[in-house]
Design a protein. Structure first.
Length: 280
């Protein structure tokens, strides 16, 4: 339990949250992907895992710290009227010159570290990074939003994917899943596909409507490593695409802050895959 309260990691996570808020949520997440790919390349070349552990998934650019803390800071800035909406994840919040916004980022960075550490220590069946992201942003919604966890729909709440999008989402999931499964099976690294999906979001930051796929790639990679079968990995990618739509409809649509549906999807699929070997 001492690792949970490592003061150095706690302060580093606070600092990482401040920095992520300064540069903006989506830019911070993209940099997570960059360092994951760098770390994976170093590991595959026989080098140290330090870049992956301390940058890609650690207190500086780990998604649970950099991404989630900046999204929470964005929600806070939206509540204070400093930006148009608590959903503006592309905005670098440093330009606001508001120290309270950066401090909120730091607080949520430290909170993410504590949540993920506790889940790791208790051997949670849910991926601790994804769970930390989702829990952190649910807290941010309750603290800074006005719509509650499930949002405030004008009419009946839509949960299931729309018929005109479900086919394309399944195709996207199968395609990303198959490509990721093959890479994962060849390298044994679960984060290469995730890193690629994160880096592709650079185009989203630039204004191009590219799809978000890291929940698909991570699920496909995890399924491949769990089962040893790339075809199951591909199918898992398709399933993740649909789950992602459902979680988006539940928590993002009709909401005024972002509760990460992609982390929520990974939490669900990692829970299922944790028990896979135990039920077969």
């Amino acid at each position: 339990m001492a690792d949970i309260f490592d003061l150095g990691l706690l302060l580093s996570s606070f600092a990482g949250g401040v920095f992520a808020a300064f540069i903006g949520a989506l830019p911070a997440f993209i940099l997570s992907g960059v360092f994951m790919l760098m770390g994976a390349a170093i590991i595959l070349g026989g080098g140290s895992p330090d870049v992956m552990n301390f940058l890609g998934t650690g207190p500086f650019f780990g998604p649970h710290i950099a991404w989630a803390s900046a999204v929470a800071a964005t929600a806070y800035a939206g509540k204070k009227g400093l930006i148009e909406s608590g959903l503006e994840i592309k905005v670098p919040l440093g330009k606001l010159n508001q120290s309270s916004v950066l401090i909120v980022g730091g607080i949520f960075g430290a909170l993410a570290y504590l949540i993920s550490s506790i889940l790791t220590v208790v051997n949670s069946p849910v991926n601790p990074i994804a769970a930390a992201v989702f829990i952190n942003l649910a807290i941010a919604r309750l603290a800074f939003g006005q719509t509650g966890l499930l949002g405030k729909p004008e009419g009946k709440k839509q949960i299931w994917p729309l018929q005109d999008t479900i086919a394309s989402n399944i195709i996207l999931g199968l395609a990303v899943g198959m490509a990721t499964a093959y890479i994962t099976n060849a390298t044994g690294n679960v984060l290469i596909g995730f890193g690629i999906s994160a880096v592709v979001l650079f185009y989203l930051q630039m204004g191009f409507e590219v799809p978000v796929t890291h929940h698909i790639s991570f699920t496909a990679a995890l399924a491949t490593l769990t089962t040893g079968n790339i075809f199951i990995g591909a199918v898992a990618g398709g399933v993740a695409a649909i789950i992602g739509e459902i979680v988006t409809n539940l928590f993002v649509k009709d909401g005024d802050t972002l509760i990460d549906p992609w982390a929520g999807t990974i939490a669900v699929t990692s829970f299922i895959l944790y028990f896979w070997p135990k039920v077969l």
